[in-house]
Design a protein around this ligand. Structure first.
Ligand code: ASP
Length: 332
């Protein structure tokens, strides 16, 4: 009996993978999903692929509205019983955010893979075609189901909730704190662990994002931006602290004050490792800040913590719901 062919939707948003030479020099997004697929004759052996060009933007210009629209489209299209999975092609600058938002908003169980390229199509050794092929392989494979959103580049399969962009130019830029969850080898997705049968933590959301500020703290910061953020009307804030979640001592009362009016989540500017909760007790330490009402971002990087908080506030979650969502998501 012949195996049913998989069907995969490829949605393109732009990014380096779609960029060609611009009149002023450099590259900018011009290609659509169909152009990218044209360069991949091997795809026909993997799946039937449907292409959709939603936009042609660099990753940095994607908006919350774009993410909401993309998530709604995927929820609707993945309900189609003929579709096995979806691949989103976009700029690598914001893959962390898109993939994590889709992890929360698209819980169909079918694979959703986000990919891009570090080198544009005309560069020697461009990585776009290989990344797209590997992504379709993963999206078409039943073994990729029920793993949350995935990020596939450089033949590595990462879980959206852990992956970070770790280098500005290398094709091996994407890394996860616990390593990839699998690899693409000889044209097949190979996962290191079985998919979880238990549903992941459900974070109810209506796909609306509230404005959330991101404050990155550095040595010698005098905190003058903290008041400005409040006045600007943000509904929440993520404070990207130093080390395991630390700020200069003089900022602690200002952040405590901010946390009494809006939810403030504490993350770290360090690439890998969680923020701590019970190790340091000096003024401005994680213990001091948590006692002053900040919420621990745990192992979530700042970009992801901001997405989660924006979605929770967009769904009008209460303070308790926000705390428990961070507990559930941040400490895994
Ligand atoms: N460097 C980025 C990329 O790899 C540019 C972008 O995010 O659009 O796609």
């Amino acid at each position: 009996m012949s195996k049913l062919r998989s069907r995969v939707l490829v949605v393109s948003l732009g990014g380096t993978i779609t960029m060609t030479g611009a009149a002023r020099g450099g590259v900018s997004p011009t290609l659509g999903a169909a152009d990218l697929l044209q360069d991949l004759p091997h795809l026909s052996a993997v799946a039937d692929v449907e292409s959709l060009t939603l936009m042609r933007k660099p990753g940095a210009s994607l908006s919350f509205d774009d993410l909401g629209m993309l998530a709604a489209l995927l929820v609707e299209r993945l309900a189609d019983t003929d579709l096995n999975g979806a691949v989103v092609v976009q700029g690598t600058d914001t893959i962390e955010e898109t993939a994590f938002a889709l992890d929360i908003l698209v819980q169909s169980g079918k694979p959703v893979v986000v990919t891009g390229a570090m080198r544009p199509p005309q560069a020697a050794g461009c990585d776009g075609p290989a990344n797209l092929l590997s992504s379709v392989i993963v999206a078409a494979d039943a073994a990729s189901r029920s793993r949350g959103a995935l990020v596939v580049l450089n033949d590595e399969i990462h879980a959206a909730r852990f992956v970070r962009k770790g280098h500005t130019t290398l094709p091996s830029s994407f890394r996860s704190s616990h390593g990839p969850v699998g690899f693409v080898v000889e044209g097949q997705a190979r996962f290191a662990f079985p998919a979880s049968t238990a549903p992941g933590p459900r974070r109810e959301s209506k796909g609306r994002f509230a404005p959330v500020a991101l404050l990155s703290i550095a040595l010698g910061d005098d905190g003058r931006m903290i008041g400005a953020h409040r006045e600007a009307g943000y509904k929440g804030a993520v404070v990207e602290g130093l080390g395991a979640g630390h700020v200069p001592a003089n900022l602690a009362p200002l952040l405590g004050d901010l946390a009494s009016s809006i939810p403030v989540v504490l993350t770290s500017r360090v690439q890998l490792g969680p923020t701590l909760t019970q190790t340091y007790s000096f003024a401005g330490s994680e213990m001091d800040l948590l006692e002053r009402g900040l919420i621990s971002g745990g192992s979530l990087g700042s970009a992801k913590a901001r997405i989660l908080l924006a979605l929770l506030l967009g769904a009008e979650a209460t303070s308790d719901e926000i705390r428990s969502a961070f507990d559930a998501s941040a400490h895994s």
